[in-house]
Design a protein around this ligand. Sequence first.
Ligand SMILES: [Zn+2]
Ligand SMILES: [Zn+2]
Length: 418
Amino acid sequence: MAVSVTIHRGTNQIGGTITEIATEKTHILIDCGAALRGSHGTVRDEDIVTMLQERHFDAILFTHYHGDHTGLMDRIPPDVPLYMDEAMKKILTTLHKYTRNEAMNALLADADGRIHVFVPPTPFFVGDMKITPFFVDHSAYHANMFLIEAAGQTILVSGDFRSTGYLGKSLQEIPKLLKKFHKTVDVLLCEGTMMTRDTKEGRLLDEWDLKKEVEAFLKDHRQAYVICSSTNFDTISSIYMAAKKNGLKVYANGYICAMLRTFSDIAAKHTGLYNLKGVNNAKQLKDEAKEGFVVLLGSCLGKPMRMMDMFYDFLTNGVKEPWLIYSMWKGYLNPKHSAYDAKLAGFVSEFGEHVKYAHTPGHADRETLARFIGEIRPRKYIIPFHTENAEGFRGLDVEDKYKAIVRTMKDGETIEII
Ligand SMILES: [Zn+2]
Ligand SMILES: [Zn+2]
């Protein structure tokens, strides 16, 4: 009896991740994401949907709510049970109230009890597999790794992770939890987003650095717009705290305000760190703009140019020298990159020189990956995924025995773990 691993998509691209773990009796998928724009892979979303229709899966487990891990959820046949944490369920529920995706709204309302909510690190079973979720830091609040025990093997699937957020210490907890549960890891499936992304941006900021930097910046620039994902709650918290320190109010549209309320309700249960309920609706901005302000715009990815122009006119009306704080990956603004977003880049360029770049990456850099591998001590394979540079894992600063077990795969290829 053996367990097998198939990465249906993700061996040569960031996002759109779908991984299968299977025994003779049980087949599960981890994540069911839509491809990110400009991604390198050749497996199309429609190919994945066809596979979902043609095959039977006993469960689909989700690591976190980002679209590159959940984007095909509404295409999964209705008889497949879905496993997610409470934060993901609530955040997606708020999101889809605004996207008006009826299929997702119905799915998340969960009238037929199809959604199973797990609480890390409490294990659960699917068929003959035991699954233990571990909470981990990422630019999505409440991401999870999964430890899967099946056919005498243990497989740790990293999902997306980092250590530079406010909950970054959670990464150090994982080796401790493994020890506590007396678990050794045979196979580590490890994300490698930063194998191609952390080259030229200099020292990586953590959230504390970012808060300090933005706080100093807002002292002299008291009218600022912010481009940052509306579900990157760590960075929004950093900017919110930086604004408060400077006596500035923070504004956002109705959707972002609703999202921040949802998040604050969830997070308050776990930590006193986050409370973003004080963000005001941007409708009030006109009356209060003279005092100075910070406006959260969300990610603005893929917005139509005309709308961006109108948005800019509206936002800058009566404001003398608006500044933009850009807190996302810079690749979206680089015409040479496949993920280039001309509309977003056009909007950013409207601000001319008045752009402040301050970004904390959502993923582990090479150093963190190397440290993590050394602590997890996988015995049989390290399988890179969610990366455009799987080979790069052999160049990590890890012991040779770990370099020797890096196993690069192709999309759709299956390996048996024995
Ligand atoms: Zn991802
Ligand atoms: Zn993610």
